[in-house]
Design a protein around this ligand. Structure first.
Ligand code: ADP
Length: 440
């Protein structure tokens, strides 16, 4: 129960920006929320999670081998369960990003094996962002998943729109469907359907969900389940239900994160994402007073010390109190050129991306070690994972969202600074300015 220092909810997320998306949603609803970057040592775990209502662990398993993802998720569930939460969650992307081999099935298996729970739900839908499921088929806005841009994703191309079939290929447990008519019939009917599915041997039930009203029904029906899985959608409804049922105290002001210790110096933005939204945000920032420092992806890929030369200029900018944008973002044509060069050197696109992100993170470390910025904003999921780990940020205290899916956080590990992790495609054109204003 909240207030006794015991979290009500603990979840494992398969990437860090997905973890901040979920965590921000909880903080917006007044839950004191902490985000762990990987699994800390037991003493740090105790210290960082004390007196929190929700603990989210970002474990970066989305692109790992299925067995590795299973082991890592299971270890995370084990650690989170030690805090005694009322519910455990497994968080994945609302476009169900995974290959035929995994990793969503293996992650759910890990949680079911560790908790001993015989039945859980899988709710990938997020109607507010146009992700809906009907008769087990998943949609992105008006397109079937397999006809949406997700079919071209470099790591997890989504070509199977039927999520019952897709998930069934990833697990030995029986996957079933709680279909739209049962969901729209209300919480009691849905709970009866769960009973029927269980009696039928189903262990994981995909939930149809096409509207906010469906989500309300689902929130009521799953409120006492010890294990749930899905997008961040359940977190939109569960806190209110838990409050009504006395699981959480009735207070509920949105939480504000601290903003660190580095007053007086500049704001550092690092853009490793090549998505359209991030490129637009970069152009907007450069045209509105940010100091642009461009790194060449090819140089980061080829040289051990690639990008080091930018460090003194960025330091000078930060010490003068300016907003510095360190960017490797590129248009699709530029990315293709870099990937061709990488392929000639025997590197897959994924390996090249990781190498670039790691090298960029080393440059950021070279800056932050000498001059912690007033705030650090990272654009790009994989880029954020590399930077959080290289900077040993350890854990983030999560505050309310700046824009949907992007909360203001404060790191609790090696550097005490305001941190914003933005998924590449998130945020409005002037998001960087809005984020900087919130930090101030
Ligand atoms: P998003 O959230 O938009 O998917 P990510 O950071 O997860 O952003 O992924 C972007 C990937 O692209 C990273 O691995 C990054 O290192 C890589 N990358 C960035 N710039 C380039 C470039 N110019 N050429 C090739 N790859 C790049």
């Amino acid at each position: 129960m909240s207030g006794t220092g015991q979290p009500v909810f603990a979840a494992v997320a398969d990437d860090d920006t997905g973890a901040t998306d979920l965590a921000g949603m909880l903080a917006d609803q007044g839950l004191r929320t902490v985000l762990l970057i990987d699994l800390p040592a037991p003493a740090d775990y105790e210290r960082w999670t004390a007196a929190h209502d929700a603990v989210i662990a970002g474990v970066g398993t989305r692109a790992l081998a299925p067995r590795e993802a299973y082991e890592k998720t299971r270890a995370a569930v084990r650690m989170l369960r030690s805090g005694g939460p009322a519910a455990i969650g497994i968080k994945y992307c609302s476009t169900f990003d995974s290959t035929r081999e995994g990793n969503i099935g293996p992650s759910i298996d890990a949680a079911m094996d560790e908790t001993g729970e015989p039945f859980t739900i899988a709710l990938p839908a997020l109607p507010v962002n146009g992700r809906t499921t009907y008769m087990g088929y998943h949609f992105v806005h008006r397109q079937l998943l397999s006809e949406s841009p997700m079919r071209h994703h470099p790591l997890t191309p989504m070509t199977e729109p039927n999520l019952v079939r897709h998930l069934q290929a990833q697990t030995r447990r029986k996957v079933g469907l709680a279909a739209a008519p049962c969901v729209s019939a209300g919480p009691a009917a849905l709970e009866r359907e769960f009973g029927r599915l269980r009696a039928d041997g189903v262990a994981i039930a995909i939930l149809d969900c096409t509207s906010d009203r469906d989500l309300e029904t689902i929130g009521e029906a799953i409120a006492t389940m010890p294990l749930i899985t899905g997008s961040s959608a359940p977190a939109m409804k569960l806190p209110a239900v838990w409050r009504r049922r006395g699981v959480l105290p009735s207070a509920g002001e949105a939480i504000e994160a601290g903003t660190g210790e580095a007053d007086g110096c500049g704001f550092l933005i690092v853009a490793g994402s090549c998505s359209e939204a991030t490129r637009r945000q970069n152009s907007w920032a450069a045209a509105n007073g940010a100091e642009l420092h461009r790194l060449e992806a090819e140089e980061l890929l080829r040289f051990t010390g690639g990008g080091e030369a930018a460090i003194p200029a960025v330091l000078a900018g930060l010490r003068a109190g300016r907003t510095c944008l360190l960017s490797i973002s590129s248009d699709p044509e530029g990315v293709r050129r870099v990937q061709e060069k990488a392929a000639a050197a025997g590197l897959s696109p994924a390996a090249a991306g990781l190498k670039i992100a790691d090298r960029l993170a080393a440059v950021v470390r070279g800056i932050v070690e000498r001059q912690p910025p007033r705030g650090l904003l990272v654009a790009g999921g994989e880029t954020a994972s590399a930077i959080c780990r290289t900077l040993e940020l350890g854990a983030l205290e999560v505050g309310r969202n700046i824009e949907p899916g992007v909360p203001l956080c404060c790191s609790l590990g090696r550097f005490r600074t305001a941190v914003i992790l933005k998924s590449g495609n998130f945020g409005s054109e002037d998001f960087y300015r809005r984020a900087e204003r919130r930090v101030r």
